[in-house]
Design a protein around this ligand. Structure first.
Ligand code: 13P
Ligand code: SF4
Length: 364
């Protein structure tokens, strides 16, 4: 989705790293309790050092929902996360994304028009009241509202299993979007096989499927993916096991199933953090997720060998857009009484998205 972030004034882009540290610290101190900075694990060090709370997308949604004190929530993450924070916070709070171009290419792989069209196509084939729509957190507020309106829920990488269990207890079939890999990996852990899952391609009529497939499938998996996580291949796992005998392989569930199958553990960014913390000194771990988080873990756990599963660098280019100059810019504007880059979800969309997010929070 195209969003426009105006270039920053020279005063920010030309400032040195030390000057930015001083300016962010000063602005933070002036803003005091009215400000909270939330940071996703994939953020750069120059940003994450300022975060009051750090977490995966589920935890950050919880932090936003639970915080009633701060009026200004600066979200160092990507657009869908900031939207969810806006949906979950009160009318006296505003959510600010330091760079409007910090989107998510996976979230952009499903839009509400495509999902509504797909829903109608599925309704023409099978009893739609038995189909439960589930959207991954990595989706627009409009899609969260769609699932809210249609009896579904949101899930994140840390609770996809619980949400799918819930969905299949109330219906016979799930339309899962936009990440086919999270859907497939979760389906396998629930005991479903290849034959129970079909990929729904929104660019083809009837998802590119035969009517029989749509009727028979338990999980219809939207043809979307994360370009960062899809890079990890089973060959990386093999190579890591050769280079570091005994190494533990930990991957994010946005990785393809053939990688997950040969890994030792699969979990959200928060779970990965926990596993690395819990590993004994001297342990070797190869992590299949975004590189900034892996490099930080390696630095924080110098008594362990923590390496990226893919030796070639693998950043999330949109998370990377949030940097110290953008953070300084939004904070100094707040100090001056100007709100820049506020993320606002319209009331109707927010109401239904809140229903879908609320179901997720209640399930988990
Ligand atoms: P987590 O919910 O695990 O933080 O994942 C979010 C994400 O975008 C991973 O690519
Ligand atoms: Fe989106 Fe992938 Fe970046 Fe996560 S790592 S924010 S899924 S593009």
């Amino acid at each position: 989705m195209l969003r426009l972030q105006a270039p920053l004034p020279d005063d920010f882009t030309l400032a040195t790293a030390d000057q930015l540290v001083d300016r962010i610290a000063a602005a933070k101190q002036t803003l005091g309790d009215r400000l909270v900075i939330l940071g996703h694990h994939y953020q750069r060090d120059e940003v994450i050092r300022w975060a009051d709370s750090v977490g995966d997308s589920f935890l950050l949604a919880r932090f936003a929902a639970d915080n009633e004190v701060a009026t200004d929530i600066v979200f160092c993450g990507v657009h869908f996360m900031a939207e969810s924070a806006d949906v979950l916070t009160g009318p006296h709070q505003r959510v600010i994304l330091p760079d409007l171009n910090a989107g998510c290419s996976m979230a952009d792989m499903a839009n509400v028009d495509q999902v509504e069209e797909s829903w109608d196509e599925i309704a023409a084939i099978t009893a739609i009241d038995r189909v439960v729509p589930i959207t991954y957190m990595n989706s627009s507020a409009a899609l969260k509202a769609f699932v809210g309106r249609n009896g579904g829920a949101v899930c994140t990488s840390s609770n996809a299993r619980a949400v799918l269990d819930w969905a299949l207890a109330k219906g016979d079939k799930v339309l899962f979007f936009p990440d086919q890999h999270l859907g497939r990996n979760t389906g396998f852990t629930m005991g479903y096989g290849e034959a129970d899952m079909r990929v729904w391609n929104p660019h083809e009529e009837c998802g590119g499927l035969e009517e029989r497939d749509v009727k028979d499938a338990t999980l219809l998996l939207w043809k979307g993916h994360c370009s960062v996580h899809q890079r990890f291949r089973p060959a990386h796992v093999e190579a890591a096991r050769v280079e570091y005998p005994g190494i533990e392989i930990i991957v994010h569930p946005e990785c393809a199933h053939d990688v997950v199958e040969v890994a030792d553990r699969v979990g959200s960014t928060e779970r990965i953090q926990e596993w690395v913390r819990a590993a004994p000194a001297g342990a070797a771990l190869a992590i299949g997720t975004e590189i900034h988080m892996v490099q930080r873990l390696a630095r924080e756990h110098a008594d362990k060998t923590v390496v990226s599963l893919d030796p070639l660098i693998c950043p999330c280019s949109t998370m990377f857009r949030i940097d110290a100059p953008h953070l300084a810019w939004v904070l100094e504007n707040l100090v001056a009484g100007t709100v820049v880059n506020q993320i606002v979800v319209d009331a109707d969309t927010a109401g239904w998205a809140r229903t879908a997010l609320g179901r997720m929070l209640a399930i988990t």
